[in-house]
Design a protein. Structure first.
Length: 198
């Protein structure tokens, strides 16, 4: 097993262990509601964002976003530090995987936002995924924004507890907002607006 494969498996293990803990907690909440005679039949799931926000390994808001350089779908390289220096547009950095159902549900909305906001650079990074699977999904959706493939760099720099995760980075490279879980159109609009509030 090569180092890249070992890292990917370690990342998947961390993600699945966190998700398992989330769903075990959800089951406990559901059982507790039932034991009290509650009428709700829908399970209540803990907010991944609340859990993730307590992780000390995550990049801090209002601090410089960790930089990276990764190969992209079109054969070039996306270098965040170079983008900040040369382009200067704010960045919406979305971490996703082809096997992640919420990632699949939000990607069309992110793609639409990327066409509506050319003043923002959208970058989707496929993490803990196979390049072939990620490429097939991107082709299926018809994504028009930059897609990059992680080599472990982003997984280390942005150690999220689950996917999708989205980071909103200002034009000077400051991490302004984070969002864990699938984005809605309203979420996107609100967080993109904040990129220009500073």
């Amino acid at each position: 097993m090569g180092p890249d494969e070992s890292h990917a498996k370690g990342g998947r293990f961390r993600t699945w262990m966190m998700l398992a803990a989330v769903f075990i907690a959800a089951a406990a909440v559901t059982v507790a509601i039932g034991s009290r005679g509650g009428s709700s039949t829908e399970p209540t799931y803990p907010d991944l964002g609340d859990i993730a926000a307590t992780d000390p390994n995550l990049p801090s808001k209002n601090k410089p976003a960790p930089t990276f350089a990764l190969p992209t779908l079109d054969g070039s390289t996306f270098d965040l530090a170079e983008h900040i220096a040369d382009d200067g547009r704010p960045v919406v950095l979305n971490l996703w995987a082809s096997w992640c159902a919420p990632c699949r549900s939000e990607m069309p909305d992110i793609n639409n936002a990327s066409t509506q906001h050319p003043e923002v650079a959208f970058v989707g990074v496929s993490v803990q995924d196979e390049v072939a699977d990620a490429t097939a999904f991107v082709d299926e959706i018809g994504v028009g924004y930059t897609i990059a493939f992680d080599d472990g760099t982003v997984d280390d720099a942005y150690p999220v507890l689950g996917l999708p995760a989205t980071f909103f980075i200002s034009g000077d490279g400051t991490l302004l907002e984070t969002h864990f879980g699938a984005l809605t159109v309203d979420d996107l609009d609100a967080d993109i607006a904040r990129l220009f509030d500073n």
